[in-house]
Design a protein around this ligand. Structure first.
Ligand code: 5CA
Length: 437
């Protein structure tokens, strides 16, 4: 993409309304613009990051055996009357009436709708288990939308829902999703710690939150440092083995202390050696729930069991804050100059900085780099070098390819690594190899 022709409205000034780094940087780097309180338009660069995150989430869900579908944002109120949540949900729910005076709502979550879809279709216990997810916009009329996309009113969520024939199978599914989540966050280059959690308005018996550490996080968290060091992508826990999944959950995750403030256990905390104690603020980027028959019973979801008696499936739900993750990733990875994107979710792999527009050799090398390296942003504006350096640092591309007339004359460019700040003069060919990875 050529910067001179793209819609990337960067700001030099710090926007007054932004209280935290990620919100400031998302506005300054031209990722989003607010259109109403807690509602944002995703501009081209922001959308690239959002899509990168959604793609990783989707791929890891599919690897874990979940199937993607897409449910609507608007839902009939009657479904929520069946579960009893229409009145219970309160003013956070955006209620709408159509021209026929029918009550609708903009979905804050989809337990009711998926239960309705499944009850129309599943007949027998042989149709179980099912694990279905979508990536869809949600609306929650938060009292205090704040911190940009971190606590929005409209936000993008991956929400998944599982249906199993009995408790053991449901717990295995829950564990499979937990492992898929750890792999998902690790692939994004984001360290998230799983913590035992309260279930809140979703309800149920068992729940974990996934927390990214950042000083501006909304909750206080306590955990064992071992949880920072585990590698889930290299581990060979199999999604098909209930025993592997048990070992992952019980011996790997639960064996190490981790809790949010509400669940903090001072006795267990005291037993942890001081050098392994970690505490701080955290951002919740995902939450998973096992809630048994909380929705299947009131909504009359039942299938024929092995003994031909009706069987009520056991359910769980699994959420990831896709749009919140954009903010959380920046909160966890930025410096004075701007964003420092993890490679896997960066909007562009590299920026190409042309330091002397209209110098034939410089232009030629820039064009070549732009043509052969996928996902580069070519800064071809008629601006001073200083402006280009500052914008590239602000936007946080993992690499910068800096091309000036002196180097270009001998086929060399400068390669800067954003995270370490290291700069090296290299040949065009070496730069291509390095950046392509
Ligand atoms: N039905 C369940 C799981 S599918 C559910 O709704 N869970 S949740 O309430 O925990 O939401 C899932 C994730 O969405 C949260 O972990 C959080 O990362 C994200 N999220 C929740 N509220 C907001 C919000 N107001 N703005 C941005 N992201 C949010």
């Amino acid at each position: 993409m050529r910067l001179s022709r793209s819609f990337i409205p960067t700001l030099k000034e710090t926007p007054a309304e932004a209280q935290i780094a990620s919100h400031r940087l998302m506005l300054r780097a031209g990722l989003v613009r607010q259109t109403a309180s807690g509602i944002y338009a995703w501009l081209p660069v922001g959308l690239r990051v959002l899509n990168n995150i959604a793609t990783i989430v989707r791929e890891e869900q599919v690897k874990a055996g979940a199937q993607e579908l897409l449910m609507p944002t608007l839902q009939p109120a009657d479904l929520w009357r069946e579960s009893g949540r229409y009145d219970a949900y309160g003013p956070e729910m955006l209620r709408i009436r159509d021209r026929h005076e029918r009550d609708l709502l903009y979905g804050p979550t989809n337990e009711e709708m998926i239960t309705d879809l499944v009850r129309q279709t599943l007949k027998s216990y042989r149709d179980l288990p099912q694990n279905l997810f979508h990536i869809q916009w949600k609306f929650r009329d938060e009292v205090r939308p704040r911190f940009g996309v971190m606590r929005g009113r409209e936000f993008l969520m991956k929400d998944g829902y599982s249906f199993d024939r009995d408790y053991d199978s449901a717990v295995t599914t829950y564990r499979r999703m937990m492992l898929a989540y750890m792999r998902t966050f690790q692939r994004m280059g984001i360290r998230a710690i799983p913590m035992l959690a309260d279930t809140g308005p979703i309800g149920g018996d068992l729940s974990h939150e996934f927390i990214v550490l950042a000083p501006t996080g909304e909750s206080q968290v306590y955990y064992d440092a071992t949880l920072e060091e585990l590698d889930y992508l290299q581990s060979d826990f199999s999604y098909d083995s209930p025993e592997d999944l048990r070992a992952f959950h019980e011996d790997t995750i639960n064996a190490h202390y981790a809790a949010t403030e509400e669940k903090h256990d001072l006795t267990r905390w005291a037993e942890l050696p001081t050098e392994r104690k970690r505490e701080g603020r955290g951002i919740e980027v995902g939450q998973i729930f096992y809630f048994g028959k909380k929705y299947s019973t009131p909504m009359n979801l039942s299938v024929a069991g092995p003994d031909s008696k009706p069987l009520t499936p056991e359910m769980g739900s699994y959420g990831i804050g896709v749009s919140r993750l954009v903010g959380a990733a920046i909160e966890a990875s930025h410096d004075e100059a701007g964003i420092v994107w993890p490679d896997a979710i960066a909007p562009f792999r590299a920026a190409i900085l042309n330091l002397k527009q209209n110098d034939a050799a410089t232009d030629a090398i820039c064009e070549q780099l732009h043509a052969v390296i996928p996902d580069t942003l070519y800064d071809d504006r008629e601006d001073r070098a200083g402006v280009k350096f500052a914008d590239a640092d602000l936007m946080g591309h993992p690499w910068q390819l800096i091309v000036g007339p002196r180097g270009a004359a001998v086929g060399k460019v400068e390669l800067k690594h954003r995270r370490t700040g290291e700069r090296h003069e290299v040949s065009v060919q070496d730069a291509i190899v390095k950046v392509k990875g």
